[in-house]
Design a protein around this ligand. Sequence first.
Ligand SMILES: O=C(O)CCC(=O)C(=O)O
Ligand SMILES: [Fe+2]
Length: 327
Amino acid sequence: MASQALFMPDAPDADVLAVRPTQELQSCNHLLEDHAALMRFHDEEGYILLRGVLDPVSVLEARDAMLAVAARHGLVAPGDASATWTGMAAPAGMEESPEFSGIARKLVANPANAALFHTVLGEPAALLPIVQYRVYPPGGSITGIHQDGFFSPGIVNYRPVWTPLTPCEREVGGLMVAVRQCNRGYLHNVAKTPSPVPAGVIPDDAWATTDYFPGDVLMINPYTPHASMPNTSKRCRVTLDTRVQSATDPRVLLAEIIEAREDEIRVRTSDGVERCFRVDDDTFIRVDHPGVRQKRNEYVPTAPVGKRIVVVFDGDHAVTLRRSSEN
Ligand SMILES: O=C(O)CCC(=O)C(=O)O
Ligand SMILES: [Fe+2]
């Protein structure tokens, strides 16, 4: 499979608002007993949708914890589990606010949920330190068309976990997925920064979505183009997206920079262990902006001592250095 991206300097960008999903995402619950079949579906269709699989109490707890933060910012009324929008604008950058700290960790650690992730990974799962908490009011943020693997290369033995915490019917602006597009390499246009997907590359009829409900989990193949839809309802969209990785062979860690150099980065992990990784031209660096790749001879000033970053590694090689969004 080609994994280099597209180079199309003159191509117009795809318009996320022009996409009209015509297909319905399929539930994969019937494949949970057959790991090979589940992975085949993931590798061909490009996603795994599981309905009602998370422990209901853990989902309610996560919902209430996120809504409590939203209520403090005036986005919803205190105690309003329907997440009806008050009309107050959402603060910028709320997805990574430390106010949400620990909510995803608790959800993933719940024994029933941990057992589910074990089943899907085929081995014990651990939380990967990349989490976004989204409370998106009507007319609010829309996530553009992207492939996760393009922005976070090198992660193996992991699954992204996109989780609705309140009912997320299609008008609430959940994810749409371009199905069966995951074997075409990266479709991002590296002739532009920050490398949008060009118009015309993804067939119009490839797009699928569904109405999502609390307890559902959507896992997206790292090569699958996906985006969110506009929220045209009266409610906030309350979702979190995190990732789980192999607990025995983790490839991603959260660490504090001790010293960043052009050819090497030394970090201290949250367990206090010091580790050193080789940085080379294959290292995908974005410690500054979430979507713009930095050159290794220029990233050092944006990587001061003490800054928390996420390192994706393979042995002693830093595959990706990215801004931390662990919570
Ligand atoms: O929820 C969103 O708007 C985007 C989520 C996403 O892109 C992901 O989970 O990979
Ligand atoms: Fe994504």
